[in-house]
Design a protein around this ligand. Structure first.
Ligand SMILES: [Zn+2]
Length: 306
């Protein structure tokens, strides 16, 4: 299937009470792991590329990889820009065919965040591409948990969220409700009532960033309160690098790098599967995608050759 936009997928998820996983990819193996697992789970999926990943590999390379993965899949696949920090990167990704954008102006003064988000929305909507905005700030850690009382200063204010939504026309909204980026421990507790209040006020799908650090039992509550997109990056990075390190330690003299990356890719698949099931999106891909499926060729063997 060609890429789809995130708009319909997130609105359907919000109505039906599940969330779509938005998984960060940093190389080909991760793109394959994410989309293949979504296919196996019959789940819609968002592959997201951060600005850091674009600096590393190029928006054009990632666009080509994700478009190919989508073409081969029979479930809906979205190509999303994660934390685009300025107008230029958003326009660049639009030009590369991204089907969903994000402008993150959460570090800017409120009025400036509104002004640039509005600009991105105006341009993207001209070609039917939805935009995620961020209000309040999801902080970034060095791996550890941040005390709840400290986190509260970053929280999204529901009244500000309404003003932001009305003045920008964003299609989805990243909110700060207790999670933090790059947490390596799953300990964060969320302000569920705040999620419900923001959802009540703005009526659009809400996005949870930093989900790798959130306790599992918080996720169904957050979804019920209005979260429809959940971002996962750190846990996939952990799965990939832990397996790489294990393979390297077991056979440090190896020169066939696929002996290291093939098990790492397999580990990412299992991490993605766990999240898809936790978010409740398994089996939510419409069947007509399958009927028109593109699996006319035999699947390529994924094991590294001898
Ligand atoms: Zn984020």
């Amino acid at each position: 299937m060609p890429l789809v936009t995130s708009k319909g997928l997130l609105e359907k998820a919000l109505q039906e009470g599940y969330a779509i996983g938005a998984f960060n990819a940093n190389n080909m193996e991760m793109v394959q792991a994410i989309v293949e697992t979504a296919e196996e789970e019959r789940s819609p999926v968002i592959v997201q590329i951060s600005q850091g990943a674009i600096n590393y590999g190029g928006a054009d390379y990632f666009a080509a990889l994700v478009k190919l993965a989508a073409e081969k899949a029979t479930v809906p696949v979205v190509l999303h820009l994660d934390h685009g920090m300025d107008l230029a990167v958003n326009v660049r990704c639009l030009r590369e065919g991204f089907s969903s954008l994000m402008f993150d102006g959460s570090k800017l003064p409120f009025a400036e965040n509104i002004a640039i988000t509005r600009q991105v929305v105006e341009i993207a909507h001209k070609v039917g591409v939805p935009v995620e905005g961020e209000i309040g700030k999801v902080p970034t850690t060095k791996g550890e948990a941040i005390p709840y009382e400290e986190l509260r200063q970053f929280f999204t204010n529901p009244e500000e969220a309404v003003e932001f939504f009305q003045k920008t026309g964003v299609d989805s909204l990243a909110v700060s409700v207790g999670s933090a980026h790059k947490m390596k421990v799953r300990e964060a507790i969320l302000d569920i009532e705040r999620i419900a209040a923001i959802r009540e006020a703005v009526q659009i799908p809400l996005v949870l960033h930093g989900a790798s650090g959130v306790k599992d039992d918080q996720i169904p509550l957050a979804i019920k309160a209005g979260i429809a997109k959940i971002n996962v990056a750190t846990e996939l990075g952990k799965a990939f690098t832990a397996e790489l390190q294990k393979a390297f330690a077991a056979d440090p003299g190896q020169v066939d790098l696929r002996k290291y990356t093939a098990p790492a890719r397999a580990a990412v698949k299992e991490a993605v599967r766990e999240k898809i099931r936790l978010f409740g999106s398994q089996g939510k891909a419409p069947d007509y995608y399958k009927d028109e499926g593109a699996w006319s060729e035999p699947e390529i063997a994924r094991e590294a050759p001898e």
